[in-house]
Design a protein around this ligand. Structure first.
Ligand SMILES: C[S@@+](CC[C@H](N)C(=O)[O-])C[C@H]1O[C@@H](n2cnc3c(N)ncnc32)[C@H](O)[C@@H]1O
Length: 264
């Protein structure tokens, strides 16, 4: 697959995030490798095991799955090892280069494409599962990627996505080192959508829960679960992410996962 930049005109936030993620990619090699090496999925900053959260569909055997913002593609690797046929799409050539290296190292091949999860090249109703762990879920515009996920899924197909907890987003003042989430609200909920942190160029997206529910239902999804993820009792502060402490995340959900099903 050829990942050289094309002449396509990317939306401004997608172009900014491509440039940012090509820069961040080097920091994701080591954690990506660790996740590829694990057969049992663990989720998010605190590595909570799948056996506790049950985010993946029970029966993945023979299912067509799309990972929206696959990064180093360890989630797709977990799906493939459970019998699914994953396809990854990601906006960063550097992240995809890592994914391809890991595919070779772990001898597990599946297609990974360079592209924007908000407007993919795949046919309508061609997947049974759409999943995103901090991929499109955080870095793509929900008003574009949720309709796209709905288009890609077959009736009865499942959408699973994990992103920052709503309350965490409200309690972080500035995403800078040594200034983790506070125990008090720092920013308004109303109007939340697009965030660019000071001294950064990457664009994140967050919605209030009511707006996620409205948007998902508008695009034909029934919401099955909203999983508010708690850091385990023995969790320690992350060496990679300084915007939240383990102590904070034992009290409030720093991460949340949505599980929805496309109406039949
Ligand atoms: C934190 S990584 C998550 C992926 C994976 N779970 C991992 O940790 O490697 C975020 C990924 O989202 C990708 N991304 C950001 N915006 C995207 C978009 N509009 N379409 C597809 N991928 C996107 C980035 O390139 C990056 O690889």
């Amino acid at each position: 697959m050829d990942d050289r930049p094309t002449d396509e005109t990317l939306p401004e936030h997608v172009a900014a995030n491509r440039e940012a993620w090509d820069r961040y990619a080097v920091e994701y090699i080591e954690p990506g490798h660790r996740a590829w090496a694990h057969d049992e999925p663990t989720w998010g900053i605190w590595g909570v095991p799948e056996s506790e959260l049950h985010l993946l569909p029970d029966d993945l055997d023979g299912k067509d799955a799309i990972e929206l913002g696959c990064g180093t593609a360890y989630v797709s690797a977990w799906l493939a090892r459970r019998g699914a046929r994953p396809v990854g799409i990601d906006n960063s050539p550097a992240q995809l280069a890592t994914a391809r290296r890991f595919q070779e190292e772990f001898d597990l091949e599946f297609p990974v494409h360079l592209g924007n999860a908000e407007a993919t090249p795949f046919r309508d109703a061609s997947f049974d599962v759409a999943i995103s762990e901090y991929g499109a879920a955080l870095w793509a515009d929900p008003y574009a990627w949720i309709p796209e996920a709905a288009r890609l899924l077959r009736p009865g197909g499942q959408l699973v996505f994990l992103t920052n907890g709503l309350i965490l987003q409200l309690c972080v003042e500035e995403l800078v080192a040594d200034d983790p989430a506070k125990a008090a609200l720092q920013r308004p909920l109303f109007g939340m959508h697009r965030t660019v942190w000071p001294d950064d160029t990457a664009v994140e997206f967050h919605l209030p829960h009511g707006e996620w529910i409205r948007l998902l239902r508008e695009h034909g999804f029934e919401i099955e679960r909203l999983v508010e993820i708690q850091a385990p009792a023995d969790a320690i502060d992350s060496a990679q992410y300084s915007h939240v402490t383990a102590d904070w995340a034992r009290q409030w959900p720093s991460e949340e996962a949505w599980i929805a099903r496309k109406r039949g």
